[in-house]
Write a protein that binds this ligand. Structure first.
Ligand code: TNX
Length: 584
């Protein structure tokens, strides 16, 4: 009763449909607004699901219940009622395995041994422009609207908003999940409130047909330089999921800390985990912690990509096990920010036993297909010593049933099936990477001068580096992963990733400050057809997300390039707690 009265009052006060259908980030492939109608979520709204859609429906209910205070019961499609409806339908050809919560790995679309051509990150083999045109044709929209979902691929969805219902159709739970993130953005910003709010919960009418440009869209969190506990990582996974990113790369080991328990080499975590940059206590994930992270991610259709950085960046491991060190000399623990000084001994067989044990235990814990071997800045392991080490390590990863990923320094080493190079260069000329691609490697793009989230926004940004330049929002947005590295064709581009190194980042609020608003820019490069790329439109669409972040308690940098709505307070960034020493 009281709630109904409150709603009536809300009806009178609230402005009509404050969000437009085209305001979504990342920009959908196709949007057809119907200004004549809108949908209002009400106290008696129910969520109806087809078999296989229940878990996503439960997550939708979990998103909507706190702010609305509505019950939002989840029921099978068969139950008929006359309530306003949210309907999630799984249709079309669901790939085996994709109907379960572990479908994240299966739904990434990268089958590993088929090579670059078959498993390109592009949604269609006809390239970006063509793929946008295909989707814009009435045929694609109609078949999706028929509920076939056939054109929507592993992650696409169709969303229709009428007066009576919001209906989301997809071929996979991942597609439905992405559709739910779109619906979330189409509701008023107050939907992000953790407590019940009086609001007209209006969704603008029309249809959206959407699917990703690239199969791999990710972010990296460096938990080695500063350790971040499980709860912080789960919150970062939520941030990725909001913007349809589907991979979280965890940089688990470095000179300053080893962050994962390994049963066969227990001192790695117990001794190597006890340090971090600046002398703090560090920490590590138990196997149960790690399982919790990968499980939480899988439910949100995010695949965890664990990294063990080898052969360099290994001081913490050498402190724990000096027999792995060159000359067997135990190094002192390291809590500074230099790079390139440490390495495991490539001439000692025990090193390969160590690599095999760690990879075996990590592979057994990791549901996704990837295992990242690092390979960057091993300045003291040169030439054949380096390529020989990498080739053995890549083989160990393949033997453990995983696909090797590494920083692009791996390029000169021999090819193994499916291998992926993460390119972090700052100029788009790289003959070694081009040659590795010719031999079958695929590429994830993380150009340091556009995608590195540890770079400062501006000279006065209180934390971060500037060795790759300053990265304001426009710089984060204005590049094309499909053409960025000369000689690497779009067919070889698996996708994009934004790394956050944490030499100077110490708290979750600081992580968020570096992620927002640049992470949504990267997400749009990974998801949206190139034909939608438009800086002026992006900054307008993104502006409405400021109030969402504020309501959700997310810290962000109020980039001056964005016309944030004046009615909402802008958060004040926390002052830096450490002074970053630039290592580059
Ligand atoms: C380079 S990028 C590194 C990291 C540092 C980062 C700081 C890469 C593969 N290696 O070790 O943390 O610069 O921006």
């Amino acid at each position: 009763m009281a709630r109904t009265a409150a709603r009536r009052a809300g009806d009178l006060l609230a402005p009509p449909a404050p969000v437009r259908l085209a305001d979504v980030v990342p920009a959908p492939e196709r949007v057809d607004p119907d200004p004549a109608v809108d949908f209002t979520l009400a106290e008696d709204t129910a969520i109806r699901v087809s078999p296989g859609a229940r878990d996503v429906a439960e997550q939708l209910a979990e998103l909507l219940r706190p702010a609305t205070g509505y019950l939002l019961p989840v029921a099978d499609t068969a139950d008929d009622g006359r309530n306003a409806l949210l309907e999630l339908t799984l249709s079309g050809s669901t790939p085996p395995g994709a109907a379960t919560s572990t479908g994240a790995a299966a739904s990434t679309g990268e089958t590993t041994s088929t090579g670059a051509a078959a498993s390109t990150g592009e949604t269609t083999s006809t390239g970006a422009a063509a793929s946008a045109e295909v989707a814009a044709s009435a045929g694609a929209a109609a078949s999706a609207a028929d509920g076939q979902g056939g054109d929507l691929g592993d992650e696409g969805y169709h969303l229709a908003v009428t007066r009576e219902a919001v209906r989301i159709v997809a071929a996979t739970p991942a597609g439905l999940f992405h559709g739910v993130q779109t619906l979330r953005q189409l509701l008023p910003a107050a939907v992000e409130s953790p407590t019940t709010i009086t609001e007209r919960w209006v969704v603008p009418g029309g249809t959206v047909v959407d699917r990703p440009r690239f199969a791999y869209r990710g972010a990296m969190l460096d938990v080695a330089r500063h350790f971040f506990g499980v709860e912080d990582v789960l919150r970062v996974i939520d941030h990725l999921a909001r913007y349809k990113l589907n991979h979280l790369h965890l940089h688990l080991t470095d000179d300053q800390g080893w962050r994962l328990a390994v049963d066969s080499w227990p001192r790695l975590a117990e001794v190597g985990g006890a340090t971090e940059v600046g002398g703090g206590p560090g920490g590590y994930y138990t196997k149960a912690d790690y399982r919790r992270i990968v499980g939480y991610a899988a439910r949100r259709h995010v695949t965890v990509v664990p990294e063990i950085d080898l052969p360099g960046h290994t001081n913490a491991a050498l402190v724990a096990y000096p027999e792995l060190a060159p000359g067997k000399i135990p190094p002192p623990p390291y809590t500074g920010t230099e790079v390139g000084f440490s390495y495991v001994d490539p001439d000692d067989e025990r090193t390969y036993g160590f690599v095999a044990d760690v990879v075996r235990e990590l592979a057994a814990l990791t549901p996704g297909p990837w295992l990242h071997l690092g390979g960057d800045e091993a300045f003291k392991v040169k030439g054949a010593a380096y390529t020989g080490f990498v080739e053995r390590a890549q083989r160990i990863v393949a033997d453990a049933g995983k696909t090797a990923v590494g920083w692009h320094q791996l390029a000169p080493a021999g090819h193994v099936d499916g291998r992926v190079l993460q390119w972090w260069g700052t100029n788009g000329e790289d003959p070694e990477t081009v040659e590795a691609v010719r031999r079958g490697a695929r590429v994830i793009l993380s150009p340091a001068n556009h995608a590195y989230l540890d770079m400062k926004y501006a000279p006065d940004t209180p934390i971060g580096h500037d060795w790759a330049g300053l990265i304001d929002l426009r710089r984060a947005y204005d590049w094309d992963p499909g053409t960025h590295v000369a000689g690497v064709p779009v067919e070889a581009v698996l996708g994009v990733e934004a790394p956050l190194w944490t030499e100077s980042v110490t708290t979750l609020a600081e992580v968020e400050f570096m992620l927002f608003p640049r992470l949504p820019a990267l997400a749009e490069l990974g998801w949206s057809p190139r034909s939608t790329h438009d800086w002026a439109g992006f900054r307008e669409r993104l502006a409405g997300h400021g109030p969402r972040w504020t309501t959700a308690g997310i810290t962000f940098h109020p980039s001056p390039e964005v016309p944030w709505p004046a009615t909402h307070p802008i958060p004040t960034p926390r002052p830096a707690t450490t002074t970053p020493a630039d290592a580059h």
